[in-house]
Design a protein. Structure first.
Length: 169
């Protein structure tokens, strides 16, 4: 099965460099007046990569001026979405590719996160929201739907593309 993710190491030098953002002036622009950089990570579905990806996305959100609370919400959502990819798209396999892109979206006045997997193609948008939070499972989707301003699942011929946006308040 072909895919476009090249480097699947969460701890590669490129990923560590991409996870270290520049300063921000709080307006959605970096402190140097330029647009914030785009974060690109190609990792495996190993849960050991969750913290690296989460921290990198949170740092980009802060760089873009979303604030600590909103950045934490994005981090939680990214963590849940990636855990769902491992659990559902890849049926627990920890060596499969996941592509993560995060960037400032001027049109939405927020940060957009794009997760791509090459798994089963299961579409979580078809799942009814969980009604009873005391029952295990399904709360990740509730978090994703409640904490992000826009959520779009786009089935691909060879997996799923999830696009989520958190607007600056």
């Amino acid at each position: 099965m072909a895919h476009h993710a090249k480097d699947h190491s969460a701890t590669s030098a490129a990923n560590r460099a991409a996870a270290t953002p520049a300063g921000t002036n709080g307006s959605g622009a970096a402190a140097n007046g330029k647009a914030p950089r785009e974060l690109r990570l190609n990792v495996t579905s190993d849960p050991a990569n969750l913290a690296t990806v989460r921290r990198a996305c949170e740092a980009l959100c802060v760089e873009c001026g979303l604030g600590e609370a909103a950045a934490g919400e994005v981090g939680l959502v990214v963590n849940e979405a990636m855990a769902n990819i491992t659990r559902h798209a890849y049926d627990g396999a920890t060596d499969r590719p996941v592509s993560v892109v995060a960037r400032w979206d001027a049109r939405a006045n927020g940060v957009t996160i794009i997760l791509r997997d090459w798994g089963s193609g299961f579409n979580p948008a078809s799942v009814r929201p969980k009604q009873d939070p005391s029952q295990p499972g399904g709360l990740g989707l509730v978090c994703i739907r409640c904490l992000m301003d826009e959520v779009h699942y786009a089935p691909q011929p060879d997996g799923m593309l999830l696009t989520m946006t958190k607007r600056k308040k």
